[in-house]
Design a protein around this ligand. Structure first.
Ligand code: IPE
Ligand code: IPE
Ligand code: MG
Length: 255
């Protein structure tokens, strides 16, 4: 069971995003402002994850994708990388049962081979345990990069071409999209980045082509239900045109 893909018309009409994708940024600054070490910010950030997952369930959001660790985050000091991976493993261990009871389907996107064996097993087990759940689909992006995603999709396509199963002329948007992460899910409708930076940081590059982009200065550990609802209200006020004119969209919504 997974989320239903809305039609273009449904995406234009809907005031509620089917899929919210979040760059959870600002943990380090949250800690430093309190005179605390950066890890304290990451730990507080986990509480915000719990809050926002609950909000998404309450609001009837179908898919929530969270950027937890980017392919570039390996550039951080070794101690911080180690702490982030430990926190990720500990959080998984602690939260999976409750998420499962609440009908949440857990998935991970990103290159897993870089992770310790034990963590890879935990991730696979969380996915297997919750695979049949039909509630919120919670996608965690770890060691994920939008460019990595495109590279792995191109590799898969190249294998198909080399094997003679696909003709290069048959490669179109749908075929490429089909090999990318999140292929079977609705595209993100609403992107949120906390922490004040206005950039994508190599998150979902292809998939964000027509996503509404929301930036807030609130640091991730401070992001709460009110902040989330504010983002949803902002989204509801957007006119999504997908290339149409505003008049066409108004007509379609009025119909
Ligand atoms: C986001 O917070 C968490 C990760 C990238 C893992 P940061 O750690 O980037 O926090 P700032 O941007 O330094 O405040
Ligand atoms: C993006 O945040 C990655 C995650 C939130 C996991 P960063 O804090 O790493 O992004 P940059 O380096 O400021 O662009
Ligand atoms: Mg940051």
């Amino acid at each position: 069971m997974s989320a239903r893909i809305p039609t273009l018309e449904e995406r234009i009409r809907s005031s509620l995003p089917a899929h919210v994708a979040i760059i959870m940024d600002g943990n380090g600054r949250w800690a430093r402002r309190r005179g605390l070490p950066r890890p304290a910010g990451h730990r507080e950030g986990v509480k915000a994850v719990r809050r926002i997952v609950e909000c998404c369930r309450a609001e009837g959001i179908q898919v929530l994708t969270l950027f937890a660790f980017s392919s570039e985050n390996w550039r951080r000091p070794k101690t911080e990388v180690r702490l982030l991976l430990e926190l990720f493993a500990a959080t998984l261990q602690r939260e999976v049962d409750a998420l499962h009871r609440n009908g949440v389907q857990i998935r991970f996107i990103g290159e897993r081979t870089a992770f310790p064996e034990r963590l890879v097993r935990m991730m696979a087990s969380a996915e297997a345990t919750t695979a049949e759940n039909d509630g919120l689909v919670l996608v965690i992006a770890v060691n994920y990069g939008g460019r990595w995603d495109l590279v792995q999709a191109m590799r898969h396509l190249a294998v198909e071409v080399a094997a003679g199963r696909v003709d290069p002329g048959e490669i179109d948007e749908a075929r490429i999209a089909g090999h990318l992460s999140l292929a079977d899910l609705p595209e993100p409708d609403l992107f949120i980045r906390t922490g004040g930076e206005q950039r994508i940081s190599n998150f979902l590059l292809w998939q964000l082509a027509y996503t509404e982009l929301y930036f807030t200065d609130v640091l991730w550990p401070d992001f709460d239900a009110d902040c989330f609802r504010e983002a949803l209200a902002w989204f509801a006020g957007r006119q999504r045109r997908f290339g149409h004119t505003g008049e066409q969209v108004e007509q379609l919504k009025g119909a």
